[in-house]
Design a protein around this ligand. Structure first.
Ligand SMILES: NC(=O)c1ccc[n+]([C@@H]2O[C@H](COP(=O)([O-])OP(=O)(O)OC[C@H]3O[C@@H](n4cnc5c(N)ncnc54)[C@H](OP(=O)(O)O)[C@@H]3O)[C@@H](O)[C@H]2O)c1
Length: 225
């Protein structure tokens, strides 16, 4: 199979990230993917190169970027995220839980993107996995409020990446993967990780060279901020 390109996926040990890594590998892409606690058995394939990384550790992300110095990825997906306490009640959440939620879902993805951006090819696509729930317009009832607020913060902070991405003639995507059957999405979700991943691959490849900052779902539908 001819090599299609290179993609970097942060947070790929399970769920959507793992399915995206497998989908790219299946299309002959060279995949660099991260885990925190060991290579997942399902990701043990020659096209996927695994690296340990906790995205919330800025020094580790800097070290990770140095390790890849000179590499040029066609696409980068910063996918890692957590949902916070199941009760989603602000008053019942500890300061530590809230700090970890906002650090993981809002601060660390954008800080990591800033650090990793020099590794994106000219015309490449940088995507951050957000959620439709992070939109004030798409989520008027504040479903899953503290998780949604962390993704709203991600959406706003992602704006700070626009100038740097544009300077590389790149495209920035704030991506909703759909509601997906994973540890986070649960069994009632309508989409499988494979269905979501197939759409995400189409977005990461289809937006190459188009420029701008877009809030889209896995199927390419535009969302209101
Ligand atoms: N599932 C849905 O319906 C849905 C809907 C909208 C948006 N999303 C978003 O899609 C993304 C993936 O969700 P998912 O459903 O696949 O969730 P998941 O099954 O819970 O997987 C989350 C992934 O993020 C990784 N991760 C968490 N914190 C990390 C950190 N500090 N550093 C590095 N990796 C970290 C996890 O690694 P470990 O295995 O080490 O924990 C795991 O690989 C998340 O950003 C989520 O918010 C999901």
């Amino acid at each position: 199979m001819t090599q299609q390109g290179k993609v970097l996926i942060i947070g790929a040990s399970r769920g959507i990230g793992l399915a995206v890594a497998q989908a790219f590998a299946g299309q002959g892409w060279q995949v660099s993917a991260t885990h925190r606690s060991g290579v997942p058995a399902a990701g043990n394939q020659p096209e996927i190169h695994w690296h340990a990384l906790d995205m919330t550790q800025a020094a580790a992300v800097q070290q990770f970027a140095r390790q890849f110095s000179g590499a040029q990825f066609d696409a980068m997906l910063i996918n890692a995220g957590i949902s916070g306490p199941a009760h989603q009640q602000l008053a019942q959440s500890s300061d530590q839980e809230l700090a970890q939620l906002f650090l993981t879902n809002a601060v660390a993805p954008v800080r990591s993107a800033e650090i990793l951006l020099p590794l994106l090819k000219q015309n490449g696509v940088l995507a951050l996995t957000s959620s439709q729930l992070g939109s004030l317009n798409e989520n008027p009832q504040a479903t899953m409020p503290i998780y949604a607020a962390s993704k709203a913060a991600l959406n706003m902070l992602s704006r700070t990446l626009v100038a740097a991405v544009e300077a590389q003639d790149g495209t920035l995507l704030t991506l909703h993967p759909g509601w997906v059957k994973t540890d986070m999405g649960g069994e009632s979700a309508p989409l499988t990780a494979e269905e979501s991943a197939a759409g995400i691959v189409r977005q990461l490849t289809g937006w190459q060279g188009r420029g701008g900052h877009h809030y889209v779902d896995y199927a390419g539908q535009s969302l209101h901020w």
